[in-house]
Design a protein around this ligand. Structure first.
Ligand SMILES: Cc1cc2nc3c(=O)[nH]c(=O)nc-3n(C[C@H](O)[C@H](O)[C@H](O)COP(=O)(O)OP(=O)(O)OC[C@H]3O[C@@H](n4cnc5c(N)ncnc54)[C@H](O)[C@@H]3O)c2cc1C
Length: 334
């Protein structure tokens, strides 16, 4: 089947774009390998209506809502290759092939775990990337930061508003300026420069940090920002420009530097949160639709409506509501 748009990645960004395209009566295929970056975190926070839900609960509800639109389809799998020959041919790891007029990458990023024993196991559980997402749950508790230089300084300032019991581990010689060091010390933030030997934990719940000099620090939480890389290398292989910081370069409508290819979510933006990809992923839809009807008008002068769009769930619901309202109004007159 030839789709209007294939969305690669079906987490928050991908599902949000799919809903908007489904509501615009476009034939859409989402292909997702179910490896979102936050999958290890037990509870997601800071998104109204879903505060405290597991990441899987949020995605599962979103999938249910999106797949009610009959022009939206979903495939589980990993896209391994994309060819362009007029249209896009998208191939999955298990050998399935689909074509589309446009592509949207909502493939996210991967956090590269540092070589510290225990770090990967605690990631998202007690080793945290963001005080806005998880800082409330560990407020006022003994907390560490693994970072160095300007990033460590900014991070320490931000996290010191949530706990007074803060220690900075630079994991090697400090790159803080003398002034930064002085300011942190003035705020009772101790700085240790020795390399980290391991994080001690049970099932990802941290109990402490051990340095190579043998010293141990009792901690309930650690903040760290590991390096990231694109989850999917295909945009780069298709010549989409990547910024110096490692994100897909996009314009205001999330269009990449390659005609017909869009990107939204963590892969094209440094401010990570479940809420942020939602409006971002609906931005390309207007441009995609404009593009599609320009093509349709050129070739056949009729904008093609998919047959399955004749009666969509929202329409049925609205009809029911309208009938109900008419009934109530009628009853009021009697
Ligand atoms: C540990 C952790 C905890 C977090 N906690 C919170 C929180 O509490 N609150 C909050 O607001 N934010 C939180 N975030 C940030 C939030 O999770 C991300 O910003 C959000 O998941 C980004 O959504 P996305 O759709 O862009 O990417 P992702 O959610 O990472 O999804 C990308 C999807 O694309 C799929 N994919 C990638 N490549 C392919 C391919 N080749 N073929 C098919 N599918 C592919 C992946 O399998 C995945 O399903 C957290 C992040 C982390 C790392």
């Amino acid at each position: 089947m030839n789709f209007d748009v294939i969305i690669i990645g079906g987490s928050y960004a991908g599902l949000s774009a799919a809903m908007s395209l489904g509501r615009s009566l476009r034939n859409v295929l989402i292909i997702d390998s179910s490896q979102p970056c936050n999958r290890q975190t037990p509870h997601s926070h800071n998104l109204i209506t879903h505060d405290g839900d597991t990441p899987a609960q949020i995605t599962s509800k979103a999938r249910q809502q999106v797949l009610k639109y009959p022009t939206v389809k979903m495939e589980n799998g990993t896209v391994t290759q994309v060819y362009r020959n007029g249209t896009f041919s998208v191939i999955t790891g298990d050998g399935k092939s689909f074509t589309s007029k446009k592509l949207l990458f909502a493939t996210g990023v991967v956090d590269i775990m540092p070589d510290i024993p225990g770090f990967a196991e605690c990631w998202g559980i007690s080793v945290l990337h963001c005080p806005y997402c998880h800082g409330y749950e560990v407020r006022s508790q003994p907390t560490g930061i693994i970072a160095n230089g300007d990033m460590a300084y900014e991070y320490a300032k931000m996290i010191s508003t949530r706990t007074n019991n803060l220690t900075l581990f630079t994991n090697g010689p400090s790159q803080l300026t003398a002034q930064q060091t002085q300011k942190l010390q003035k705020h009772n933030i101790h700085i240790y420069e020795n390399e980290i030997k391991a994080l001690n934990h049970k099932h990802g719940i941290l109990s402490g940090l051990e340095l190579t000099d043998g010293s141990m620090y009792s901690l309930n939480a650690i903040y760290a920002r590991p390096a990231i890389k694109q989850h999917c290398s295909i945009p780069q292989l298709l010549n989409c420009e990547i910024t110096e910081a490692g994100f897909i370069k996009v314009d205001l409508f999330q269009a990449t530097t390659v005609e017909g290819i869009f990107a939204a979510g963590d892969n094209a933006n440094m401010f990570r949160s479940v809420a942020r990809p939602l409006p971002m992923a609906t931005r390309p839809v207007r441009l995609l639709i404009n593009n599609l009807y320009r093509i349709a008008f050129k070739s056949q002068a009729v904008f093609p409506l998919p047959p399955s769009a004749v009666q969509c769930p929202a329409q049925t619901r609205r009809n029911r509501t309208l009938q109900g309202l008419r009934g109530q109004v009628g009853a009021g007159f009697r």
